[in-house]
Design a protein around this ligand. Structure first.
Ligand code: MG
Length: 275
């Protein structure tokens, strides 16, 4: 068969099949139309993940933002080291130049990624609870936030003390330390650098100001890194208007002395918005 004949045969066969399919479609409709499945049965609401969790769990964009935040932190660390009057903590006053340098980081959604527990709550149809949170923390399954390991290791290599100030309860300290150590986050064996909520009687509040104050007694605080306004200021749990005023009063700090990580899943922003 010549190439032209083969082409004609293929076209004829295609037309025949198309016509046959068309005729079948017109002459043999289904006896009854399929009944649409109820929406609830198709996708149980509890398994539908909100965009915030999908973004953190899967997106390149989330990893890009945390990576660039930590790269910015590393640049600012060098500036801060070179300027002996520099301090990032509002709680720190007086002459700070003679104190050794430190950075303060939050833990959850700042150095450790707990989005798996957020997903688990949704899939189980369960609301957040202290008990469920403790189960998750004790599993030690949280993974590093992109950029956090590189930054904290670089800081430690420059002789900067790395403090973690977290609102995890003091009962979770060992699990938290184990989870951080599992990935090689710097932990000073000679000093308590993981400051938990309620670890001291005066630290029962989730407000971190008093813990920053304790670090400020002995160290010059170069940078604060966190995902919640409360990782930087006292009063983050106020109204939207109060938070905005507080932010405006300290606008010069962002990206210089204060490095913020994104957390669209939870935080004081959500409470303030009445969510
Ligand atoms: Mg946090």
């Amino acid at each position: 068969m010549t190439r032209r004949c083969r082409f004609a045969a293929v076209v004829f066969l295609s037309l025949t099949l198309s016509l046959a399919a068309g005729c079948a479609g017109r002459t043999a409709p289904p006896a009854t139309a399929p009944t649409p499945a109820p929406a609830a049965a198709a996708a149980p609401a509890k398994s539908a993940l909100p965009d915030s969790i999908v973004w953190v769990r899967t997106s390149v964009e989330y990893r890009a933002v945390t990576t660039q935040s930590y790269r910015l932190a590393e640049l600012m660390l060098d500036r801060a080291l070179a300027d002996r009057r520099w301090t990032a903590a509002i709680e720190q006053t007086g002459d700070v130049g003679s104190k050794p340098p430190a950075v303060i980081l939050d833990v959850d959604e700042t150095v450790l990624d707990n989005s798996e527990s957020q997903e688990r709550d949704v899939r189980d149809g369960a609301a957040y609870s202290e008990a469920r949170w403790a189960v998750w923390c004790n599993e030690r399954r949280a993974v590093p936030i992109s950029g956090a390991l590189e930054f904290t290791r670089a800081a430690a290599a420059k002789g900067v003390a790395v403090f973690y100030v977290t609102n995890r309860d003091r009962a979770l300290e060992q699990a938290t330390r184990d989870n951080l150590a599992k990935y090689g986050f710097p932990l000073d064996p000679g000093r308590d650098t993981v400051l938990m909520r309620a670890e001291r009687p005066e630290w029962t509040s989730s407000d971190k100001s008093s813990r920053r104050g304790v670090v400020a007694q002995d160290f010059r605080i170069l940078l604060l890194v966190g995902d919640d306004f409360g990782d930087f200021v006292q009063g983050a749990r106020g109204t939207l208007a109060a938070r905005t005023a507080l932010d405006e009063a300290h606008a010069a700090m962002w990206g210089v002395k204060w490095i913020a990580l994104p957390n669209p899943m939870y935080g004081s922003w959500k409470t303030a918005a009445g969510q």
